[in-house]
Design a protein around this ligand. Structure first.
Ligand code: BGC
Length: 734
C-alpha cells in the first residue's frame, strides 16, 4: 500500500499539469443533430478508431500501469481518476476522462495530490431532502468542479433502491422508493450535464448488496423489477437524459447485469428507447459476448481478465459473430452522448464559485438532517448553560462513507483510521472524518453555554461529565463502505452502552447519529432527542450545530424505512454474509416491488420510523384535499404552517389501497417552505405507472379499473386525509 501511495503521489503532479489543456464550451446539441453528427463521424472512422472508443482503462497505477514504464504510452490528456477512453483527434472526438461521482469529484488514493473538491453529504442525506431543485443544484455543482479538473464524464448518479438497510453502499444512493430516487437522481443528472459533463446513471440494475458483489444473483420477476428498481432508472433516465448508463456487478436471473440481454437490449434499449451508451462497471466484464447482449463499452479494462472489447471483439467481427452494424451502434451511442452533452468542440469551462458549492453542501446537510425524536428539548436555544459533548471524534470532524465515491474535502481529512480488509475492500477500508468538528461548531453556536468534551472511551468518565452538565449530546457513528455490508443493524463497539450510561447520568441526553443507514437504538426510550445526520459532508458539523441550536428548522424526511429489528426485513440475515468473496449466492427477491414501507404495510408490521417521516420545530396542517382523475390522480390541498417558526414540510401523496386491498405506493410529493401562519394551495399529480402494475405478458403498464384510496400523508404510515377515486382500466406505455 505504501508503495502504491508513493507512486500515486509521484505521478499526480505531472498529470495535474494536463489540467491546463484547453477546456471546452458546453454546446449541448438537439438530439436529432447529435444523432446525425454521430452517424456522420462514425462512418468516417477506421476500425481501429471504432475499437478505441469501446474500451477504456482505469486511469490509476494499477495492473500494467503500476510502473512509470507501464504508463509511458498514456495519452497526454489523461487525468488521473476512475477511467479514460481514447478519443479520435482527427475527427474532433474527445477522449473520455471519467471521475467518480455522486457525492463530489473523487480523488482516489490521493492520486492527484492536494486536489480536493466540494464533499457533498451522502446520497441518503440528499434523498432525505425530498428537494428536487437541490438535487439539480448539487449535480450541477459537482459537474462544474469535474469539468474544471479536466473530466468530462461523471460516474454518478447512483440510484439503486435501498432494499436492505445493511447494504454498505446505501449512503451513496437516494432512497428505497422508485419515484423519489428517479426524480432526485434524474435532477442530479440534469444538473451535472448542464455543466457540459456527461453523467451516468448506475448501477443497472438491482445492485442491492455488496456481499459477494460480483457473484450474487437476484432472482426476481420481470413485473417486480419493472415496478421497482427499473422504474427508478426509467424515471431518472426520462428526467435526466444521462449520456451513459453503468451496468452493475451482480447477476439478475442468472445473467451478469453487464451481459444481460434482457436488461440492456430488451428493457433499456428496446422498451425504453434509450439512445446513450452502456458502460460496464469496473471489473464487471467476463466475456466479449456482452457486446451482443447490449454492453457498449468496457471500462477499467485492466481489472478484467482480458481487454475483451479489443482483440476478442475484432475476432468476432472478422468471423461474423458480431455484426459490423452492432459495432457502429456501440460507437454511435457514445458519439451521440458526447455531442448531445456538449463535449465536442467545447470551449472554456464555465466559471463557478467554490463558496457557492460549499453553500450547496451546507444546504443539503441542513435539509437532509432528519429529526427522529424530540420531546421538546430541541432546539437548545440558549436554555442550556452547560453542555457535555461526548463521542469518538466529535472534537475532530464528521464521518464519511468509504469507497469510490469518497471525496477529499478542501480542508483535508481531520482523521483517518485504517481498519483493514482483504481484496478490493482493503483499498477503501479507512475511516475518514472531515473537518470541522461538531464540538467547535456547537461551541460557537451555543453562545452563553460552557461546552466540555469527553471522547466516550470510558463510560464512567463520559457519564461523569454528563452528570455535571445541563444537557449531554452524544455523537455515535457507523462506518460503512463500498464492498462491505453490515451483518446487522447495531452501532459498532461500545456505543450503545455509552449512550445508555450517559442517559442514565443525565436525563437531558440528545443523540446525533452519523451513519449511512438506519441503525438499532436500544436506548431510544432513555434519550430526549435523536438526530439522524447521516454522513453530512464537509459542512456537516455546522449543519448539525445549526439544527441542534435552532438556527435551522429541521426538514429532512426518511428516504428509507427505519426498521425496529432485522427480523422485520424480507431477509433477516444478509445472504451469503461471511462466505469467501466470490461465492455464488442466489437471492430470492421475495419482496418483489414491495420494498421498505410497502413490505411493512403488506405485513402489518410497524417500523421504528416510517419512510417519509421527519419532525420539525413547527407544525403543518393539511386541509381541503380533492383528488380527481380517471386514468391518473391529481391532488389539490392546502398546507399551512400552524406553528411559530418558519419551516419546510414534505406533504406526500400515497396510494393506500385498490378496492380495499393494501397497495401502498408513493404517488407524488412536494417540498414546501412556509412562514408561520402562511398557507398555500398545492397541486400534485401521480405518475400513472405508480397506480398501475406491469403486465409482463402484454409488455405494458396496466391500471385496473376500481376504487383507489388515496392519502395525503406525513409519512408512509401517517395518512392525514384520504379520498376515494374511481379509475378506469387502462393499458399504456412500456
Ligand atoms: C464502483 C462504481 C465506480 C467505479 C469506478 C466501481 O467499483 O462500483 O460505482 O464508478 O468503481 O471507480
Amino acid at each position: 500500500m505504501i508503495r502504491t501511495a508513493t507512486i500515486l503521489a509521484s505521478i499526480g503532479a505531472a498529470s495535474l499539469s494536463t489540467l491546463a489543456v484547453a477546456q471546452s464550451v458546453p454546446a449541448a446539441t438537439a438530439p436529432s443533430d447529435a444523432d446525425a453528427w454521430a452517424a456522420k463521424v462514425e462512418a468516417q472512422m477506421t476500425d481501429d478508431e471504432r475499437i478505441s472508443l469501446v474500451h477504456g482503462f482505469m486511469a490509476l497505477p494499477f495492473g500494467p500501469y503500476e510502473t512509470a514504464e507501464g504508463r509511458a504510452g498514456w495519452p497526454k490528456d489523461v487525468v488521473l481518476g476512475a477511467g479514460y477512453v481514447r478519443g479520435v483527434t482527427r475527427l474532433s472526438v474527445p477522449s473520455l476522462r471519467e471521475t467518480d461521482a455522486s457525492l463530489g469529484v473523487a480523488n482516489p488514493g490521493g492520486v492527484r495530490p492536494g486536489d480536493s473538491a466540494t464533499a457533498m453529504p451522502g446520497g441518503i442525506a440528499l434523498g432525505s431532502t425530498f428537494d428536487v431543485q437541490l438535487a439539480y443544484d448539487g449535480g450541477r455543482a459537482i459537474g462544474l468542479e469535474a469539468r474544471s479538473k479536466g473530466f468530462n464524464v461523471l460516474l454518478g448518479g447512483g440510484i439503486n433502491l435501498m432494499r436492505d438497510p445493511r447494504n454498505g453502499r446505501n449512503f451513496e444512493y437516494i432512497s428505497e422508493d422508485p419515484l423519489l430516487s428517479g426524480l432526485m437522481g434524474g435532477a442530479a443528472i440534469r444538473g451535472t450535464q448542464s455543466a457540459g459533463v456527461i453523467s451516468t446513471v448506475k448501477h443497472f440494475a438491482l445492485n442491492a448488496y455488496e456481499t459477494n458483489r460480483y457473484t450474487w444473483n437476484a432472482v426476481v420477476s420481470d413485473a417486480a423489477l419493472r415496478e421497482s428498481d427499473l422504474l427508478a432508472f426509467q424515471i431518472a433516465i426520462e428526467q435526466g437524459q444521462p449520456g451513459s448508463v453503468m451496468c452493475a456487478y451482480n447477476l439478475v436471473n442468472g445473467s451478469k447485469a453487464c451481459g444481460s440481454d434482457y436488461l440492456l437490449n430488451t428493457v433499456l434499449k428496446k422498451d425504453w428507447g434509450y439512445k446513450g451508451w452502456v458502460m460496464s462497471d469496473w471489473g464487471a466484464v467476463d466475456n466479449v459476448d456482452y457486446a451482443i447482449k447490449g454492453l457498449d463499452q468496457q471500462s477499467g479494462e485492466q481489472i478484467d481478465k482480458q481487454v475483451w472489447f479489443d482483440s476478442p471483439l475484432r475476432k468476432k467481427i472478422a468471423d461474423g459473430s458480431l455484426s459490423r452494424a452492432r459495432l457502429s451502434d456501440m460507437v454511435r451511442r457514445i458519439l451521440r452522448s458526447m455531442r448531445a452533452t456538449g463535449l465536442v468542440d467545447a470551449g472554456p469551462a464555465p466559471a463557478f464559485d467554490m463558496a457557492a458549492n460549499s453553500a450547496k453542501a451546507l444546504q443539503i446537510a441542513h435539509e437532509g438532517i432528519v429529526l427522529l425524536k424530540n420531546d421538546g428539548i430541541l432546539p437548545l436555544l440558549g436554555s442550556a448553560k452547560s453542555i457535555a459533548v461526548i463521542g469518538d471524534k466529535a472534537h475532530v470532524g464528521v464521518l464519511s462513507g468509504g469507497g469510490s465515491s469518497q471525496v477529499l474535502p478542501p480542508t483535508g481529512w481531520a482523521a483517518s483510521v485504517p481498519i483493514g480488509a482483504t481484496g478490493m475492500a482493503g483499498l477503501w477500508a479507512t475511516q475518514r472524518w472531515m473537518a470541522g468538528s461538531p464540538l467547535d461548531a456547537i461551541r460557537s453556536a451555543a453562545t452563553g453555554a460552557s461546552v466540555d468534551f469527553d471522547p466516550g472511551v470510558y463510560n464512567q468518565s463520559a457519564a461523569a461529565l454528563a452528570s455535571r452538565a445541563d444537557v449531554a449530546i452524544v455523537f455515535v457513528s457507523k462506518f460503512e463502505m463500498e464492498g462491505l455490508d453490515s451483518p446487522d443493524l447495531s452501532l459498532p463497539g461500545n456505543q450503545d452502552s455509552l449512550v445508555s450510561a450517559v442517559a442514565a447520568a443525565n436525563p437531558n441526553t440528545i443523540v446525533v447519529l452519523e451513519t449511512g443507514n438506519p441503525v438499532a437504538m436500544p436506548w431510544r426510550d432513555k434519550v430526549r432527542a435523536v438526530v439522524a445526520a447521516w454522513y453530512p459532508g464537509q459542512e456537516g458539523a455546522q449543519a448539525i450545530a445549526d439544527v441542534l441550536t435552532g438556527k435551522i428548522n429541521p426538514s429532512g424526511h426518511l428516504p428509507i424505512t427505519w426498521p425496529a429489528a432485522a427480523e422485520q426485513l424480507p431477509r433477516p440475515a444478509i445472504p451469503g454474509f461471511g462466505s469467501p468473496a466470490g461465492t455464488p449466492v442466489s437471492v430470492e427477491i421475495k419482496e418483489g416491488s414491495d420494498i421498505g414501507y410497502r413490505w411493512f404495510a403488506k405485513h402489518g408490521t410497524s417500523p421504528l420510523y416510517a419512510f417519509g417521516y421527519g419532525l420539525s420545530y413547527t407544525d403543518f396542517s393539511y386541509a381541503n384535499l380533492t383528488v380527481t382523475g380517471s386514468r391518473s390522480a391529481t391532488a389539490t390541498f392546502t398546507i399551512q404552517n400552524t406553528g411559530k417558526r418558519e419551516g419546510a414540510d414534505v406533504p406526500q401523496l400515497y396510494l393506500q389501497a385498490i378496492d380495499g386491498q393494501v397497495t401502498p405506493r408513493l404517488l407524488a410529493f412536494r417540498r414546501v417552505s412556509l412562514k408561520p401562519g402562511e398557507s398555500r394551495v398545492i397541486t400534485i399529480k401521480a405518475d400513472p405507472r405508480l397506480l398501475a402494475s406491469y403486465d409482463s405478458k402484454v409488455g405494458s403498464w396496466r391500471i385496473r379499473g376500481g376504487q383507489y384510496t388515496i392519502a395525503l400523508s406525513k409519512a408512509a404510515n401517517a395518512p392525514i386525509i384520504t379520498r376515494e377515486v374511481t379509475l378506469k382500466s387502462a393499458l399504456f406505455g412500456k
